[in-house]
Design a protein around this ligand. Structure first.
Ligand SMILES: Cc1cc2nc3c(=O)[nH]c(=O)nc-3n(C[C@H](O)[C@H](O)[C@H](O)COP(=O)(O)O)c2cc1C
Length: 353
């Protein structure tokens, strides 16, 4: 199936602008979503292996999730779940709707199997997303809702902006991600800094602890952190019982040919893998099992997913791999994990490390 995608469909899709293709894919997924038998057919084709894991108190049917940014506006969770994902992270959503940066803002680096995007949190906003999620009902897999800051909101007002969005979205997510690491919102990454982060995390956790259902919160981090910053950040997360997603896209270009250096935005896919894995290994050592970890960045097959689980991720997420390998990537990863003995028991006994 992956072979057919790479040989035929990908060649056709790659002749069009990346965002135009993406919009068409989401539109088709929405149409399929409204056709009951289509969901069943996709589920049968995907034939996902069950590898149950429990992380942050949530039971996942398998550890492979969809990364944020693919379904920013909560349009097609039902059909995406049928592809075999163990969970979906939707968004990034901001409190108020915003347009993001001017197009073109997504670029394929075909020969490197990477993507550069500078979308800038284009999204319908938390209120509309909440309405959609309410109308659609449960997707059958846990949903993470990824929250970012509105571009016109100052760093000082950011905590309020995040908490308001969290309040609106809280009934509809199983976990929440605070995105402080997109390189495409001015100064967003300054929120990694210890005091600023505390000013964001404290009101978020105050809100969560006041709720009858206490849902897990993750912080999605940049792969560009210095060791000292990383140490503070992991301590902040562990102290407050938060999880971490490692990592968002990179602004580094040094490892790519010069023609790509002038493209602004976040780089993902294969050229991110080594950078994200290095960061994951450090975070895993610092957290020492005291914080749930989700690994993302450059997963294109079973071995690259297994590598992140071995480095300490409890769950993994994919995005660019879907663009280059096609929608049945999830199934291929799960088959590989099953074959190589990944399961919750082996994991707990450190036999899958
Ligand atoms: C086109 C595009 C849009 C993205 N949008 C978001 C986003 O809105 N929020 C977010 O947290 N991450 C976003 N990401 C980052 C991914 O969630 C993921 O962290 C990153 O791409 C690394 O994984 P990958 O190498 O499998 O793509 C986006 C990535 C791409 C390629």
């Amino acid at each position: 199936m992956g072979f057919l995608y790479r040989q035929i469909l990908r060649k056709i899709l790659f002749t069009f602008d990346p965002e135009t293709v993406h919009d068409a894919v989401i539109k088709s997924a929405r149409t399929l979503q409204s056709i009951g038998p289509a969901q069943l057919i996709i589920e049968l084709m995907a034939r996902a292996t069950e590898i149950p894991v429990t992380v942050a108190g949530i039971r996942f049917r398998n550890p492979v999730g969809l990364a944020a940014g693919f379904d920013k506006n909560c349009e097609a969770p039902h059909i995406l779940a049928r592809l075999g994902f163990g969970f979906l992270e939707l968004g990034t959503l901001t409190l108020r709707a915003q347009n993001g940066n001017p197009r073109p803002r997504v670029f394929r680096l075909g020969e490197h199997q990477g993507i550069i995007n500078r979308m800038g949190f284009n999204n319908v906003g938390a209120y509309e997303a909440a309405r959609r999620l309410e109308r659609l009902g449960p997707a059958g897999v846990p949903l993470g809702l990824n929250i970012g800051k509105n571009a016109d909101c100052s760093l000082e007002d950011a905590p309020k902006n995040y908490v308001e969005a969290l309040k609106v979205l809280y009934p509809f997510g199983d976990y929440f991600t605070l995105n402080i690491s997109s390189p495409n919102t001015l100064q967003l990454r300054a929120l990694h800094q210890k005091e600023r982060l505390a000013r964001l995390l404290d009101p978020v956790m105050d809100f969560v602890s006041g709720q009858a259902a206490k849902k897990p919160v993750f912080v999605k981090i940049s792969p560009e952190l210095e060791d000292a910053e990383l140490k503070d950040l992991v301590s902040s997360a562990v102290e407050r019982g938060l999880g971490l997603i490692v990592a968002n896209t990179t602004v580094r270009r040094g490892h790519l040919p010069a023609r790509w250096h002038s493209y602004e935005g976040g780089l993902s896919g294969r050229p991110l893998r080594g950078i994200a894995n290095e960061m994951l290994e450090k975070v895993s050592a610092l957290a020492a099992g005291r914080a749930p970890l989700i690994g993302a960045g450059g997963i294109f097959d079973g071995p690259s997913a297994a590598e992140k689980l071995r480095l300490g991720a409890d769950l993994v997420q994919v995005y660019s791999g879907l663009i280059y390998e096609g929608p049945f990537l999830v199934r291929a990863i799960l088959k590989y994990l099953e074959k190589t003995g990944f399961n919750a028991q082996n994991r707990a006994k450190n036999k899958f490390r």
